[in-house]
Design a protein around this ligand. Structure first.
Ligand code: PEP
Ligand code: MG
Length: 577
């Protein structure tokens, strides 16, 4: 009998194949006390395991095929850096020495401590980084306990054609699995912004997360169909389902190969309106893919990566050098640098800040609020962005603004820095555009007030939706309420776009909603003319733009604004498009 399991699709596409169950979480960690005379040997045992873990990761990194996006290597580098980081390894050594814990237990205690720090963080991306700590510690534990490598780590191709089902997967696992020909995967945990999800999209393999208790319902070698578009797995599918999904796969294949031809085509609608189509990036290496898909610039460069895996924040010169390297790759295309978006309590890296843990961190001291409170964190980045503006088309973007006083404060600091640089005879672009992300309902409702002070706005739907419908964007249990089509969200988007038109400033959208081509026509109808999207989705969005007739879309968008629910909007779009 065919059984359907439901999770969240995070990487599109369909795969059909037998299941390989990965049992990663079944490690029983022994707890015992060592004798005084064993401290040195136990410390050495831990050090050797860490060294071996590094060797394993380096070997995996070396085997990444050149054809695979460079952000995957960067993810593995993140794990290597963790192994170098004293926060992970020194404390267990101290625990062996001071409390006579065995190496496995000392490491487990430190893992628990780090994970709880990450769990308190309000930033979706950083919160999922607790998974990285888990993955790295898991690797060391397996070595300490002399467990056999996971089957997908063995250098063979027995897994070719399999669909992996796991509790969770590390970036290194994902890379190796793809190398061994795995065609899709599903995990029981993880959020849509976890590394696993990001990697799946970069590797272009179908993936589902939050498939709770999947391993209870699936057995090794069960035949399944995995649909990354809808988040559904069909176990033991009947002939009819198999025929339907095979046909779907064929159609997908034709569709994606046709997309590549659009790389050089202008993103112009049927009625001749040129739409700006830019890319979102996080790492300097991501620029390769920006070029591969022919983006017209970068509409969102998230700079949080610069602050990760280090004891202290990067200095002005480090920021500057990084931005210069990025600008060189842009070859004259615009680069929108977003200033730091960290929260107050996610203090395990270079954005460290002390203070009490907040009970509602998403509503707390994050992003520009933190930057205004900590000028030592903010000013070096602003100076570096301004200095970099002398070398290319740089735009400066502030996240999470919620009132005009904050906006004025930021603009004043920028003016002060400009004066400072002029006195110091340091070059910068006097007219550097300064804009803000509209991520808080207050900013969307009062977009006209912000538009009067700024050169551009960019709608960050990931946060805007979270705050509008009051759901934590990384919370599994309320994910179902995360609805981009909620009429409240659409009305806030429309208000922001209208404010931009009145103030004659551009309004872009850089949240995930902009990269989902299901929403492209609606957004065009609402008046959006600038999209900034994950590079993997850029060509799909371009295709939809090219097939759109704006005159026809405006009344549909107007009707959507009058709908009573997201479901009603969905129905309206299905009937009219
Ligand atoms: C957003 O909130 O939509 C956004 C693009 O910012 P981030 O996802 O980095 O919070
Ligand atoms: Mg945001």
């Amino acid at each position: 009998m065919t059984v359907a399991l439901h999770g969240m699709g995070v990487s599109r596409g369909i795969a059909i194949g037998p299941v390989h169950i990965v049992e990663r979480d079944r490690i029983d960690i022994p707890e015992y006390y060592i004798k005084d005379g064993q401290v040195e040997a136990e410390s050495q045992r831990l050090n050797e395991a860490v060294t071996q873990a590094k060797q394993q990761l380096r070997a995996i990194r070396e085997h990444i095929p050149a054809t695979i996006s460079s952000d995957i290597a960067a993810f593995i580098d993140t794990h290597l850096l963790m192994l170098e980081d004293s926060a992970l390894t020194h404390e267990p050594l101290r625990l062996i020495q001071a409390a006579r814990h065995n190496a496995e237990w000392a490491l487990k205690l430190q893992r628990d401590a780090l994970v709880s720090v990450f769990e308190e963080m309000d930033d979706a991306y950083l919160r999922t980084r607790k998974d990285d700590v888990d993955h790295v510690v898991n690797r060391i534990h397996r070595i300490l306990l002399k467990q056999k490598p996971l089957r997908h780590e063995e250098p063979d191709s027995r897994l070719s054609g399999y669909i992996v089902i796991a509790d969770d997967l590390a970036p290194a696992d994902t890379v190796l699995m793809q190398h061994h020909g795995i065609v899709a995967f599903a995990t029981e945990y993880g959020g849509p912004t976890s590394h696993t999800a990001i990697l799946a999209r970069s590797l272009a393999i179908p993936a589902i997360i939050s498939l709770h208790e999947a391993r209870r319902f699936l057995r090794q070698d069960d035949l399944v169909i995995i649909d990354g578009n809808t988040g559904v797995i069909l176990v033991d599918p009947d002939k009819l389902s198999l025929r339907y999904y095979r046909q779907q796969q064929e159609e997908d294949k034709k569709y994606y190969s046709s997309l590549v031809q659009l790389k050089g085509a202008p993103a112009k609608t049927l009625d001749g309106v040129l739409i700006e189509l830019q890319a979102n990036i996080e790492l300097p290496q991501d620029f390769e893919i920006v070029r591969q898909v022919g983006a017209s610039g970068v509409g969102l460069y998230r700079t949080e990566f610069l602050y990760m895996n280090r004891e202290s924040p990067p200095g002005e010169d480090e920021h500057y050098e990084t931005y210069l390297a990025v600008l060189e790759k842009m070859q004259g295309l615009p680069l929108t640098i977003r200033t730091l978006d960290l929260g107050a309590d996610k203090q395990v890296d270079g954005g460290r800040q002390t203070g009490p843990v907040q009970s509602n961190p998403a509503l707390g001291l994050r992003a520009v609020r933190l930057c205004l409170k900590e000028p030592a964190l903010f000013r070096p980045q602003l100076r570096a962005i301004l200095r970099a503006s002398a070398h290319g088309d740089v735009r400066l973007m502030i996240p999470m603004l919620s009132n005009i006083q904050e906006t004025r404060q930021v603009l004043e600091i920028i003016e002060e820095i400009k004066e400072e640089l002029t006195k110091q005879q340091v070059k910068f672009d006097e007219n550097i555009p300064v804009g803000a992300m509209v991520e808080v309902p207050a900013a969307a409702i009062c977009a006209d007030i912000f538009a009067a002070q700024l050169d551009f706005l960019s709608i960050g739907t990931n946060d805007l939706i979270q705050y509008t419908v009051a759901i934590d964007r990384v919370n599994d249990e309320v994910n179902y309420l995360y609805d981009p089509l909620h009429p409240a969200v659409l009305r806030l988007i429309q208000t922001t776009l209208a404010a931009g038109i009145r103030a004659k400033i551009p309004v872009a959208m850089c949240g995930e909603m902009a990269g989902d081509n299901k929403h492209t026509k609606l957004l065009l109808g609402l008046g959006l003319r600038e999209f900034s999207v994950h590079p993997a989705y850029l060509l799909e969005v371009k295709k939809t733009i090219i097939e759109s007739d704006l005159a026809r879309l405006v009344p549909i968008a107007e009707a959507a604004l009058q709908a009573k629910s997201g479901a009603e909007v969905e129905e309206l779009l299905a009937q009219s498009l």
